[in-house]
Design a protein around this ligand. Structure first.
Ligand SMILES: *Cc1c(COP(=O)(O)O)cnc(C)c1O
Length: 366
């Protein structure tokens, strides 16, 4: 049934999630003796020439693939996207200052709550009343010209909604949590003051957090905070102030090489749309057997969320899907239902197989 015979399942996990098979195979080949060093990449000094190449190569690939302008730093940090929820206000929000948050889901709420510890965050818009099934209209957004920043979550992993265009916030830096759709499509980085993402959804294994930050913001950052929590510490040392997650950065670089070889972000974006469409088409053609959570205009190409008529039927669907080799289709523990995460590394083949399974399940249970 599976073309990739070593892979015995179709992985739709929400995060950590699928990695490209060629990358895993290459890592396996290089695991014990890394490029003639006689050691594993995990055993090399982070100050060695061999590691330095891996580190700088990953940064260079990120810059090139994502078209990151010269006036931005690329940082590799630890602590996940969750630590960024705190580091952003800690560095940029003064106690009397405001920051606007776009409340489109659980991750946005967590980011908002952390900001309360440092200053005065406020809600620019919230989709909570609609159970986060939509994205606010960018034309209706009201914020203050002297806000420290505006924060949004580009893809709402749990609810399956995604911003299709971003607001122009002028002089107010736009900060985006792109954990679950970074590098799934080309974007204009110059619209943002800061972009951050935990690697474990679209970029590699868990343990690395990518931060892309405009250099002028570094000059304004708070210097009265712990060394490790200052963006400046990491920017000044090329993310080598302390031991970085070397294996994770190596894997991230290899995932980016794989994206390059596919043809770059334009190609990946098209693939992602096609993949998601297989599944949305089944939902839309099911006469209400499958009920999509997100309203069509706000649908995510990364996380496809849906329900069935009742919990009994959902349980049956999930159990049979598991049996048929589909992994990770249960919704987030906070919302229930079903979710298929079709990140960059999930092959088209897996989405076709899932769409066929869903059609068949409907046939059998109508
Ligand atoms: C997964 C996720 C997070 C949490 O990431 P960690 O790296 O586990 O801290 C935050 N934001 C979004 C949008 C996510 O998808």
């Amino acid at each position: 049934m599976l073309k990739q015979s070593i892979r015995t399942v179709y992985n739709f996990n929400a995060g950590p999630s699928a990695l490209p098979l060629p990358v895993l195979e290459k890592a396996q080949q290089e695991l014990v003796n890394f490029r003639g060093t006689g050691m594993s990449i995990m055993e090399l000094s982070h100050r060695s020439k061999a590691y330095d190449e891996v580190h700088n190569d990953a940064i260079a690939r990120l810059r090139k693939l994502f078209s990151i302008p010269e006036n931005y730093e690329v940082l590799f940090l630890q602590g996940g996207a969750s630590l960024q929820f705190s580091m952003i206000p800690m560095n940029f929000l003064k106690p009397t200052q405001k920051a606007g948050y776009l409340m489109t889901g659980v991750w946005a709420e967590k980011a908002f709550d952390e900001a309360k510890l440092f200053g005065e965050p406020y809600e620019i818009a919230s989709t909570k009343e609609r159970n986060h099934n939509t994205i606010p209209n960018i034309k209706d957004l009201q914020y203050n010209e002297d806000d420290a920043y505006v924060h949004l979550t580009s893809n709402n992993t749990i609810y399956g909604t995604q911003w299709k265009e971003f607001p122009n916030t002028g002089n107010v830096p736009l900060v985006a949590d792109m954990s679950s759709d970074i590098m799934s499509k080309p974007i204009d980085v110059s619209k943002f003051g800061l972009i951050y993402a935990g690697a474990q959804k679209n970029l590699g294994p868990s343990g690395v957090t990518v931060v892309i930050i405009r250099k002028d913001l570094l000059e304004e950052a708070n210097s009265e905070i712990p060394t490790m929590l200052k963006y400046n510490t990491h920017a000044k040392s090329n993310s080598l102030y302390h031991t970085p997650p070397t294996f994770g950065i190596y894997m991230l670089g290899e995932v980016l090489r794989w994206i390059e070889e596919l043809g770059g972000l334009e190609v990946v974006a098209k693939q992602n749309e096609t993949k998601a469409k297989y599944i949305y088409d089944v939902i839309d053609g099911s006469n209400g057997f499958y009920i999509g959570h997100a309203e069509p205009a706000s649908r995510s190409y990364m996380n496809i969320t849906f329900r069935l008529a009742d919990e009994e039927l959902e349980k049956k669907f999930l159990a049979e899907a598991q049996e048929a080799g589909f992994v990770g289709l249960n919704g987030h523990r906070s919302v229930g239902g079903c979710r298929a995460s079709a990140y960059n590394s999930v092959p088209v083949e897996a989405c076709i197989a899932l769409s066929e399974f869903m059609t068949q399940f409907q046939e059998n249970n109508r």
